[in-house]
Design a protein around this ligand. Structure first.
Ligand code: NAD
Ligand code: TYD
Length: 338
């Protein structure tokens, strides 16, 4: 793998114990075994070193907060590329308790960018943003020049981090670029997001709380496609630019839920209509022509990706049962449906 015409020798992955970050580390470990990996992660409720089971020797783990400037600076020494996945990521939690979202998703990004400025040797910083920074769109698609209009505290804090990353390119000429992926799904996703939450609840014959009338729509991107997209950006992305990573696999929450139940052979009577999420975005949809221009396109259709994901959760019951037991799981949401 090359960046700016030079071989990439060392990558710092923040949030590498989370869902997308761990899939990214697994991919690099498998396909680029000579690249040194530093996994810098605070291990919040969403961080789990079991996501990296089997490749323990393949990366250096540093437990740290991206708000900790000294620890970040030490971990960044000798690094060629930083990929920042670390974030608070769940919209419902951001509605209930937004403080950590501002601290990690805005201030933490600032600390990383300052460390990069002082370090002076990092060749590229890939900041992982989200499609949610654009807000909801009834028809058509957002491109990278669409205005940012985030709805939730999560999306607003991600928009802050996204524009801060751009500001460090524009003001300090640092090689920073921004990826804006659509809703991801696949192995190792913490069972609070729609797909793994509903798979794991259905497997326990528990009800599936569908917000509002279930017509809200998301574009579902298989995690391996996101990982390949980020690698395309490392090699071919332009500093200062933002890139949408869409899937072209739009599906309403009603349809997603029914497909999950069909895969599992569980009855639709498990579905419960519950109160809508506050400020619930109706639809996310991206124009990802700019990524296509870099030679990237998603390879996994939703039917195939969902089937693989369901199989993975069926085969990894211990992984998700432990997480569910460890937590007072989504206690702030329970009143909605139990
Ligand atoms: P996740 O919640 O599964 O994992 C987040 C990881 O970041 C965890 O390992 C956690 O311990 C770590 N972390 C949190 N706060 C930290 C801090 N202050 N310092 C260091 N580490 C910290 O998240 P994910 O779904 O893998 O998302 C990764 C990135 O991709 C996030 O930036 C998210 O906003 C973005 N994104 C996610 C999706 C999606 O559908 N999952 C879609 C688009 C963009
Ligand atoms: P989620 O996985 O939280 O992702 P995001 O809100 O970031 O897109 O939710 C995906 C969709 O599923 C969203 O429209 C909200 C809905 N949803 C439910 O209906 N019930 C649930 O229990 C959850 C977690 C989500």
């Amino acid at each position: 793998m090359r960046v700016k015409g030079q071989d990439v020798k060392k990558i710092m992955v923040t949030g590498g114990a989370g869902f997308i970050g761990s899939n990214f580390i697994r991919h690099i470990h498998k396909h680029f075994p000579d690249i040194e990996l530093v996994n810098y992660d605070k291990l919040t409720y969403a961080g789990n070193l079991e996501n990296l089971a089997g490749i323990e020797g393949g990366y250096v783990f540093v437990q740290g907060d991206i708000q900790d400037a000294d620890r970040v600076a030490t971990a960044m020494a000798g690094v060629d590329v930083v990929v920042n996945f670390a974030a608070e990521t769940h919209v419902d939690r951001s509605i209930h308790d937004p403080g950590d979202f501002i601290l990690t998703d805005v201030y933490g990004v600032f600390v990383l960018l300052e460390a990069m400025k002082k370090n002076g040797q990092v060749k590229l910083f890939v900041h992982v943003s989200t499609d949610e920074v654009y807000g909801s769109i009834a028809d058509g698609f957002f491109n990278e020049n669409s205005p940012l209009n985030p709805s939730s505290p999560y999306a607003a804090s991600k928009a802050g981090g996204d524009r801060l990353a751009y500001a460090y390119f524009k003001t300090f000429d640092l090689p920073v670029l921004i990826a804006r992926p659509a809703n991801n799904y696949g192995p190792y996703q913490y069972p609070e997001k729609l797909i793994p939450f509903f798979i794991t609840r259905a497997l326990q014959d528990q009800t599936l709380p569908l917000y509002g009338d279930g017509s809200n729509c998301r574009d579902w991107l298989y995690v391996e496609d996101t990982v390949r997209g980020i690698l395309a950006l490392v090699e071919k992305g332009e500093p200062g630019q933002a890139y949408n990573l869409g899937a072209g696999q739009e599906c309403s929450n009603n349809d997603v839920t029914r497909q999950i139940l069909r895969h599992l052979g569980k009855p639709e009577s498990l579905i419960r209509a519950v109160a809508d999420r506050k400020g619930h975005d109706f639809r996310y949809a991206l124009d990802w022509g700019k990524m296509r221009g870099l030679g990237w396109q998603p390879q996994t259709g939703f039917t195939e990706g969902l089937s693989r994901t369901v199989e993975w959760y069926l085969g990894h019951r211990d992984w998700w049962r432990k997480l569910i037991e460890k937590q007072n799981f989504q206690s702030h949401l329970r009143k909605n449906y139990e």
